[in-house]
Design a protein around this ligand. Structure first.
Ligand SMILES: [Zn+2]
Length: 209
């Protein structure tokens, strides 16, 4: 089971290496904190995971009801909860996901960091370059992604571009497509469950399903 320290470590390491603006610089610019919460289905609550979250913060963050998801990222959370003790972004991860494989956990974190980069406004101001390969892979990905305003064309393009950067940085995936495949594993149409085959031209030796 992954610990809070390991999960926060992946977030900061990928957040500081895959994007033109580092997560450290983004957080420091507005004295912003990064908080982690664990989505706990058993108690139907979000529980503090990392960061200095007070009891009152925990109560506020749970005050709009429970929602069950694998992972999530929300920028500028004090916009929604003005009484929080700090300016913060919140990373969410389901307790169940802490038992997933190392590559899947890392892929889901890269996915959530793409949400961070778009939702914070950084992709608008300090864009990750989307090259022609990312554009074409992004179009394929978008075509098989469950319709959701969270996963629009821009998100799919960014997911593919960032995955290429991660592979260039020696992230533990066989190919960029393998990373995208795992990162989007819970977000593709059921009839398209073999994203890898759609995205990858080679022999499918790494297909996992
Ligand atoms: Zn997503």
């Amino acid at each position: 089971m992954f610990s809070a320290i390991e999960i926060e470590g992946f977030l900061r390491s990928y957040g500081n290496s895959l994007f033109p603006t580092t997560m450290d610089a983004y957080l420091a610019a507005d004295s912003r904190q990064l908080w982690g919460l664990r989505i706990d289905v058993a108690s139907r609550r979000m529980l503090p995971f990392f960061g200095s979250i007070s009891e009152n913060d925990e109560r506020l963050l749970n005050s709009r009801g429970f929602f069950d998801t694998i992972a999530g990222y929300r920028a500028n959370v004090r916009t929604y909860f003005p009484d929080l003790s700090a300016n913060c972004d919140v990373f969410l991860i389901n307790t169940e996901a802490l038992d997933y494989s190392n590559p899947l956990v890392q892929a889901l974190i890269v996915h959530e960091l793409c949400h961070w980069y778009i939702d914070s406004g950084l992709q608008a101001s300090h864009a990750v370059a989307i090259d022609s390969a990312a554009l074409s892979e992004g179009a394929n990905l978008y075509a098989i992604t469950t319709p959701s305003h969270h996963h629009d064309r821009d998100f799919c393009n960014l997911m593919c571009a960032v995955s290429a950067r991660a592979i260039a940085n020696d992230a533990p995936f066989a190919t960029r497509q393998d990373l995208v495949n795992q990162a989007m594993r819970f977000d593709v149409l059921k009839e398209s469950s073999h994203i890898y085959e759609v995205l990858n031209d080679d022999d499918g030796a790494h297909a996992e399903r």
